[in-house]
Design a protein around this ligand. Structure first.
Ligand code: AMP
Ligand code: GLY
Length: 448
């Protein structure tokens, strides 16, 4: 396969086995450039799709995956999850001569070190919460005692989304520091800690496709991280998402000027060397008042970057793929080849809502080996599997977040109705979901 723009069919392997990877495979399978498609390790959903072959290799098996790619004439490898990126899968595979979508280890540091990521934001004047970086319990405790604003505690490294503590008091912050430093709950990932100012506002996910030189923003999404309705309960890998997001449209020029432009400049002046997907978690809001409550509402809101991820979001990707009109393969390929400026991205003029169906006790526990029944779904509803397995031709549960339904509609309200209606077509024991995905957005749509 030559370099530059994609102009013939290619064999593709997607690395990962969640809903994000199923959604990517589903979209890749519609590409005019798709040859054979593999998913490693994949899940029950990718196994059921005749266009996709599962590969029984784990995402950490860099040597096995590279050998499989070479033996099966795979032209392009697309990396889904954060851990292999942080461990240098792209460096490893490129050294073997493979073409890979995703950032190298050093570039992925924007995700695997929150301290590094905050430093990057500071240097490039991207608005972010005030912060400090500490390496031991005593210094951390002293800092939160002396600085009333310092109430958000973050383990520096990857912690399955569980390393962030948004605290309401000094004593809660001390408890978080105890869990990280004294109990060692996050191991090496918690040897460094970022302490931040607490912000209050609305969040959105902005995915930026990057080829080392230029930035192509995707349509904005909103995730629902908490387990229960009303954003209550523990944090999860994501209980649902929707796109587009009115909050983005309202703040578009600010976000472009204060987040996207500095990233473009960093790429141009050589201080950022990144290709793949850069995912910015953005909070449009303000620092909390000193008592932790919302500040007066007449203050001008600012788009703060909360964090960067070096990959596609999950479940954001499951909300985005059905809305994407463009062929995805030329875009991913152009990111890897450095020719994104020649590409364009188009979206269907539809909204999407993705509702995750999980095990009842997720995230405390998961579901294994329970039969899943899926009746026929309407044409505008997609099913993306995560914790499922195909065993002896039977679809079984195999995880906490089992699968997700993404519905399209003429607007968010219609998409939301379609998604919730479709849930009746899916059954497994102790199935659960949030009932308020995208509800706030519908409320906003009705009131404007
Ligand atoms: P992160 O992994 O850094 O995005 O943090 C996870 C979640 O914690 C975010 O989605 C926010 O809901 C919350 N969070 C992170 N940083 C802050 C902050 N400085 N102020 C308030 N909430 C925050
Ligand atoms: N939805 C948040 C993430 O993918 O990290």
């Amino acid at each position: 396969m030559g370099h530059g723009k994609l102009n013939s069919k290619i064999n593709v392997m997607v690395v990962g086995g969640g809903g994000r990877e199923h959604a990517l495979c589903w979209k890749i399978a519609q590409s005019q450039f798709a040859g054979d498609i593999y998913c490693a390790p994949g899940n029950g959903g990718t196994a059921q799709d005749a266009r996709i072959s599962n590969v029984d290799l784990q995402v950490s098996d860099f040597a096995g995956l590279s050998e499989f790619a070479q033996n099966n004439k795979i032209d392009f490898v697309v990396i889904g999850p954060d851990n292999p990126l942080a461990d240098g899968i792209v460096d490893f595979m490129e050294a073997k001569g493979l073409t890979v979508f995703g950032p190298k280890k050093e570039a992925a540091k924007l995700e695997w070190s929150k301290a590094h990521s905050k430093q990057f934001m500071l240097e490039h004047k991207i608005p972010t919460a005030r912060f400090t970086v500490v390496h031991d319990f005593e210094a951390a405790q002293k800092f939160i005692k002396e600085n009333e604003w310092a109430r958000v505690i973050k383990a520096d490294g990857l912690a399955l989304g569980k390393g962030v503590f948004v605290c309401n008091s000094e004593s809660e912050a001390v408890d978080a520091l105890t869990a990280i430093f004294k109990e060692g709950r996050f191991g090496e990932a918690g040897s460094t800690v970022v302490i931040e100012e607490k912000l209050i506002g609305e969040e959105l996910s902005l995915l930026l496709l990057i080829d080392g030189k230029s930035v192509m923003p995707l349509s904005a999404c909103q995730d629902h991280k908490r387990r229960f309705d009303g954003d209550k309960g523990p944090n999860t890998g994501g209980m649902g998402a929707y796109s587009p997001v009115r909050l983005f449209d309202k703040n578009k020029s600010l976000i472009e000027a204060q987040v996207i432009k500095p990233i473009e400049e960093a790429l141009k002046n050589g201080s950022l060397d990144f290709k793949g997907m850069l995912f910015a978690g953005i909070l449009v809001g303000l620092p909390a008042s000193s008592d932790g409550t919302a500040p007066p509402s007449n203050n001008e809101l600012i788009p703060y970057a909360l964090e960067f991820n070096a990959r596609f979001g999950d479940p954001e990707t499951q909300a985005l793929m059905p809305r994407l009109k463009s062929d995805i393969l030329p875009l991913l390929w152009a990111s890897a080849q450095g020719c994104l400026a020649d590409e364009q991205i188009e979206w269907f003029d539809k909204a999407s809502v993705c509702v995750v169906l999980s095990a009842r006790d997720y995230p405390e526990s998961s579901s294994k080996g329970k039969a899943i029944e899926v009746d026929d779904l309407p044409a505008d509803v997609c099913i993306f599997h995560a914790g499922t397995q195909l065993k002896d031709g039977k679809l079984l549960t195999n995880g906490g977040r089992v699968l997700a339904l993404t519905a399209l509609g003429d607007n968010i309200e219609a998409a939301r109705n379609n998604a919730y209606k479709a849930i009746k077509q899916v059954r497994f024991a102790d199935m659960a979901c949030r009932s308020d995905i995208a509800l706030k957005e519908v409320g906003q749509c009705l009131s404007t």
